[in-house]
Write a protein that binds this ligand. Structure first.
Ligand code: PA5
Length: 426
């Protein structure tokens, strides 16, 4: 499903010691015995998800599509990036008709200008809101929801309550209390699934379904991945191979991984990936720094650094074999732009040549490489890809002896903000 290449030799990566470590990680994962194993609810979620839950997501999405031209999804980090990544990858450019309901995001930063303009953009359109926060107390989404709740109440009066859906913990947090008080429809974020591993729960599925994409196909792809990667075979299991190769490079001093793509629609898959790996691995003074570039755009900027800067980088290309649409370069009567030599090739073919040229230049410049290629970008392949990265991330963090599922460092900046704003109790 995912074709994987690595510029180095797996003989060096898969030493007996590494294979034994990977086997131990595998057994701990599936026996739910490793560090943070209370948060492994995502591991068999695709194969155990209840049909009633999927039906409820679909029905609610249909109600949203009937009632709303715009769905505002409020959330930050793992409570927004999965849906944003999927929507950008599946319908990225100008074809707004792809989407049944336009999905816009709020609460993923604290820009007054952004929120004011978003509210103005909603005027005259039918709106619904899905506020998502597992803890139910994260400041950025809570602040945005304060404004959007008032906006909805001013516009729809009592009927606002029927246009607000809350996705949060079953019992804990301010948001669940607000939902109960106001009678909002509620979806639960399972206790054993952390934010950045939650794209297959209601956190990701509801916005994706509301936009009109097939969440059953997304889950079928995830299930396909779950089945493929639960088999312990370091020779064939791509998730294990990716984790093992990046860990090997890390131990050789390559401390930054640059995920490189050739399709702008993958920009938020890259953001989602950066959150997943950065927040899972970057602890206890350890971890690969996840960075991203979008080629060929960034060949005219960051390409210089990758080719020639500090040699602590390795690159992982994420490639898509088939493109949904394409253009062929045509022969111009007057070859004024001197591009007739390209006549007959498609832009996708050009991009592939750009990949080959770039990868060999960077390799010559001392940048080790991997490539991950998926057949095409659709719900099924995206579901598979999300799951692939999640399971690889668990292996990668465990290889560093890190708990992949907590984020203690995220609390520090929050406490400082609360102190500066004199929040009671801080
Ligand atoms: O991965 C994580 O756990 C975090 O990135 C959270 O998703 C993020 O901090 C938002 O948290 P919450 O959903 O509780 O508002």
């Amino acid at each position: 499903m995912i074709e994987f290449t690595y510029s180095g030799s797996f003989e060096t990566v898969l030493t007996d010691g590494k294979k034994a470590a990977l086997k131990e990680i595998h057994d701990n994962l599936y026996n739910k015995e490793g560090r943070g194993s209370d948060f492994l609810g995502w591991l068999d979620w695709p194969s155990t998800v209840q049909p009633e839950f999927m039906e409820r997501i679909q029905k609610t999405a249909e109600v949203i599509q009937e009632k709303a031209e715009v769905l505002v999804v409020i959330g930050i980090g793992g409570s927004y990036l999965g849906a944003k990544a999927a929507l950008t990858a599946l319908s990225p450019y100008f074809n707004k008709d792809d989407k049944k309901t336009e999905v816009l995001f709020a609460g993923h930063q604290v820009s007054g200008e952004y929120l004011k303009q978003l509210l103005a953009h909603l005027d005259g359109k039918e709106v619904m809101v899905n506020v998502i926060s597992k803890s139910g107390k994260t400041t950025e989404p809570a602040l945005a929801f304060r404004f959007l709740k008032k906006y909805m109440e001013d516009r729809y009066g009592e009927a606002a309550a029927e246009r607000i859906i809350v996705t949060t913990d079953a019992e804990k947090g301010a948001l669940v209390n607000l939902a109960i008080e106001n009678g909002y429809e509620r979806f639960v974020v399972p206790e054993d699934v952390g934010g950045r591993y939650s794209v297959f729960t209601a956190v990701g599925l509801l916005p994706i379904a509301a936009a009109g994409f097939s969440v059953s196909e997304l889950m079928a792809g995830a299930k396909d991945a779950e089945e493929a990667y639960q088999v312990f075979n370091p020779k064939t299991n791509t998730a294990i191979r990716y984790a093992a190769a990046r860990h090997h490079l890390y131990s050789e001093g390559y401390t930054t991984e640059v995920m490189a793509t050739f399709e702008p629609k993958l920009a938020y898959v890259q953001e989602w990936w950066k959150q997943l790996f950065g927040e899972s691995e970057g602890k206890e003074g350890k971890g690969i720094f996840p960075a991203s570039v979008s080629f060929t755009t960034d060949l005219h900027s960051m390409g210089q650094y990758i080719q020639d800067g500090i040699r602590n980088l390795f690159e992982s290309f994420l490639l898509i074999k088939e493109s949904k649409e394409d253009l062929t370069v045509f022969e111009a009567e007057n070859d004024g732009d001197e591009l007739n030599y390209l006549a007959g090739i498609t832009l996708q073919e050009f991009n592939h040549v750009a990949y080959k040229g770039t990868s060999s230049a960077h390799l010559d410049g001392g940048v080790p490489q991997m490539s991950l290629t998926i057949e095409k970008m659709d719900e099924f392949h995206l579901g598979h890809l999300f799951y692939f990265y999640m399971i690889s991330c668990a292996y990668s963090a465990y290889l560093l002896d890190i708990n992949p599922f907590d984020q203690p460092g995220v609390e520090d900046y929050k406490n400082n903000i609360f102190k500066l704003l004199e929040k009671p109790g801080y």
